[in-house]
Unconditional design. Structure first.
Length: 227
């Protein structure tokens, strides 16, 4: 079954679980979805888990009995380790590189180049140009963005589950943490813009986006070929 079909079925049947089981399924789904697994592997496992949850409710069994453990983290980690051990080194590199390409396109291309430089230039100078100066700051910000996004991917499953199913105290704690990370990241970006303005070279935005897009598509083809 294709990834989109798996997600569609989970979106349809997931909400039919009782409140307790839905909270546990959300915990599994988020942890697996934001792990270092290929999307197809992650969603196939989530879909399999949903089938177990639905079966348990139908038969009136405790889901932890069906899963064979009451440690959800270890249950997920065991699957992640098992699948990751079967990935070749090349496939692991491709999966990481795909995330880098997304950051380079969405953050560097759209946010930094388009909204951060070109649009203000068009408004201020009344001149339409697509040449963008690549500065040391832009490279530093891209690296910081990738690190912050990687951190978010690791912590988002737990944070998202707490925000949806946790206590008010836990909710406030994680909300505060997210605000702190957000403002610290913005502060680093501002300082970087002030201190590292050195221009390394100029590049056309269209050429950059086409290059990053081609890089991403090649990586996705490789990812599928390496199955």
């Amino acid at each position: 079954m294709k990834t989109n079909d798996l997600i569609k079925e989970m979106n349809e049947y997931g909400p039919k679980l009782n409140e307790e089981n839905q909270a546990l399924f959300d915990e599994i789904k988020l942890k697996i979805r934001f792990s270092k697994l290929q999307e197809q592997d992650a969603e196939e496992f989530n879909h399999h888990c949903l089938s177990l949850f639905l079966q348990a409710e139908k038969e009136g069994k405790d889901i932890k009995t069906v899963l064979g453990t009451d440690n959800i983290d270890e249950f997920c980690n065991e699957y992640i380790r098992e699948v990751r051990d079967n990935y070749s080194l090349l496939k692991k590199i491709v999966l990481v590189s795909t995330k880098i390409a997304i950051v380079m396109g969405a953050f560097t291309g759209v946010w930094e180049m388009l909204f951060g430089y070109l649009i203000p230039l068009w408004i201020k100078e009344k001149v339409i140009s697509f040449a963008v100066p690549v500065t040391v700051s832009m490279i530093i910000d891209t690296i910081i963005a990738f690190l912050v996004i990687s951190l978010a991917i690791k912590t988002l499953p737990k944070a998202s589950w707490i925000l949806n199913h946790g206590t008010k105290k836990e909710d406030r704690k994680w909300t505060l943490k997210m605000y702190i990370v957000f403002f610290c990241t913005i502060w680093i970006f501002v300082v970087s813009k002030l201190l590292f303005r050195q221009v390394l070279f100029d590049i056309n935005l269209f050429i950059y986006i086409i290059g990053v897009g081609a890089f991403y598509l090649i990586l996705k083809v490789l990812e599928n070929k390496l199955d």
